[in-house]
Design a protein around this ligand. Sequence first.
Ligand SMILES: [Zn+2]
Length: 403
Amino acid sequence: MIKKRITYIALMLCLTTGLFSCKKNEGDLSKADQKKSQVPDEIIASLKSAGYNTSSVIKRDNGYIVEGDIFLTEADIANSSALRTSKTDQYRTTNIITGLPRVITIAVSSSLGSNFVQATDKAISRYNGIFLGLRFERVTSGAEITINGFYDVSGILGYAGFPTASGNPYNLINLNTYQFGTGSNIDYVATVIQHELGHTIGMRHTDYMDRSYSCGGAYYNEGPSIEGAIKVPNTPAVADPNSFMLSCTPGGNRTFNSYDVFGLNALYPKNSDRRPVLVYYSNQGADHYFGMGGMTTNSYWNFEGITFYAHNSQLPGTVPIYVYYSNQGADHYYTTNGNMNLANYWENQGVAFYAYNYQAPGTIPVYGYYSLQGADHYLMTTRGLDGQSYWNYEGIAFYAFPR
Ligand SMILES: [Zn+2]
C-alpha cells in the first residue's frame, strides 16, 4: 500500500509550528481512531505479538489495513507461525511467486473507467520492459489479480496484499477514487498500480525500517512482521530515494530505478544463471557505463535500462570482460583483453561480468562503437549506429545473451 506524503508533511508542520490550521488533520486522526475502535482487542494483540505497529489499524472487508500499507486477512493474522525476523533496498516477503517463467493476468474492474485501464497497461508495460521471469498481461475476465476502486476520505492511495503460501500473487489491488477521481493523471495512477503490483508479487517497502524516510513525520519501523522482510541480495542496505517501493509518494510519476530493476531481476530472473547488464549514461562526461549492479541515480549518471544479459561468475566457456577507465576522456571501455596498457591512459578496473569470445548457444554478438568526439565507448546488440558521423563501428566486442 502506498500513502500520499502530503498528509504527513501537513501534520508535521502543524505539530512543529502551530501556525497552520490543523483542522483537516485532526479530523483525519479522529476518523482513524473511530476505525481503530472497530478492531477487536484480540486482533490488536495478535498483530502486536507478530511485530506490527498497531497505532493505526483499519478494518476493511474481510481483514485489516496495517501500517498504512499492508492488507492482512484474519487468517493471515491468525497464522503468526509465519513470523520471520530479518534485521537487515529491496526487501521481499517470505512468500514469493513460484512457477517461473510465468504470465500473471490482471483485470480492471468495470467500475473504474478507461483511464484506469490505460494506467494499468502502462504499469504492465513497465514491468514487461525490465525482462523478468514474470510477465503481466491484461485480461477482461478470469484474472489472477483484479484492480478495484473504493472511496475513502483519507491519505490512502491504495492497498494490496502479499503472495500466498502456494506461490500465487495476492488477488486484489484497491485504489482510492477519493485520491484519483476519474484517474486522468495516468502516470500517477500507473505509478501507484506499479507499487501495489510490487506488493502482490512480494515486494516490501524499501524504507520499511523507517517509513519517515519517504512519509516524513516521526521515525516509524514497520518491522519484519508476519510476512517477513528478506533483503534481496546485492541491493543496497540503505534507503533508496527513488525506489518505486517507498512507503509514501509526493505524487506524480515514479517508475523503476536501477536498484528496483536489479532487485526484481534477482528475485524473478528470466534465466536463473544470468544477470542483466545495466547501462548508464552521463552527458557531463559523454560516458557510458555498463554494470551488473544498481547505482543510485544522481546528477552525473542516468539509468538507461538493460542492454543484454551476462554471467556474474566464470562459468565454463566464459571469459572475463574487463572494464577500463580513462579519467582523461571520462570513458569506460569493455574488452576481453586483460593486459591493455596504453601510455597510462587506461586504468584496469577489474572484471565487469563474464561473457563469451565465440557465439555460444543462445548468445548474440555485442557490437562496440567509439566516438572520438565524445571519447565515449558504447555497446549495442544491433548495428543501429552504423553510418552516424558521431559513432565509429569497432567490431564485435564479445557474445552475450539477449534481453
Ligand atoms: Zn505500499
